[in-house]
Write a protein that binds this ligand. Structure first.
Ligand code: 4NP
Length: 191
């Protein structure tokens, strides 16, 4: 009996038949208030990955509950609109324990957010009987995907209005880095 390779050679050039695609990747963007930076990150990332089947759930949340239920800061919405994103809608929410088992990647805007998230993840794992695999709820700094390790998104809430433009440039660059370093690295399995 010919081996698979011999049979394939006899039948001409092999065609790769995708059998199973890698599961969609879900991403949660996190800042402190969930009204300035993380909604901007979510909106930019959504616009860059629209209808990409490699992506699953995309959302944003805050480590604090100060603005629960509020829409994004008007300066975030204006910055998005200035950059062609006019259909973004979001109500602020606080990060919850289930986020760590729901999302593959949890991307923090600054180091404080990252430390708070890592503490919350530890508490969530301890409190629950479900096991959170290392592959779920990976807490990382979003800026690590932008080409300079450790780059943070400075909170523009109390700062000058150009803070929102700076943040937007970062969101685009970090999103592009995440897409090329994570999404495009995830291969389809073939026989
Ligand atoms: P964000 O900015 O974390 O980028 O949404 C903030 C917005 C509001 C507050 C803090 C940060 N606040 O304390 O009200």
């Amino acid at each position: 009996m010919p081996s698979q390779g011999e049979a394939a050679a006899a039948n001409g050039p092999a065609t790769e038949i995708p059998t199973a695609s890698a599961p969609p990747i879900s991403v949660l963007f996190v800042c402190l208030g969930n009204i300035c930076r993380s909604p901007m990150a979510e909106a930019v990332f959504r616009s860059l990955t629209a209808s990409d089947p490699r992506l699953g759930e995309i959302d944003s949340a805050g480590t604090g509950a100060y603005h629960e239920g509020d829409g994004p800061d008007p300066r975030t919405m204006r910055t998005l609109e200035d950059n062609g994103i006019v259909d973004y809608d979001h109500a602020a929410r606080k990060v919850q324990a289930s986020d760590f088992s729901t999302f593959d990647y949890i991307l923090a805007m600054d180091r404080d957010n990252m430390h708070d998230l890592r503490r919350s993840r530890g508490r969530a794992v301890k409190k629950n009987t479900w096991a959170v695999g290392e592959e779920k709820g990976k807490v990382m700094l979003f800026g690590d995907f932008g080409g300079k390790k450790g780059e943070q998104v400075v909170d523009p809430y109390y700062g000058a209005s150009n803070g929102f433009g700076i943040a937007h440039e970062q969101m685009v660059r970090f999103s592009q880095g995440f897409i090329s370093q994570v999404i495009e690295k995830q291969e389809n399995h073939t026989v």
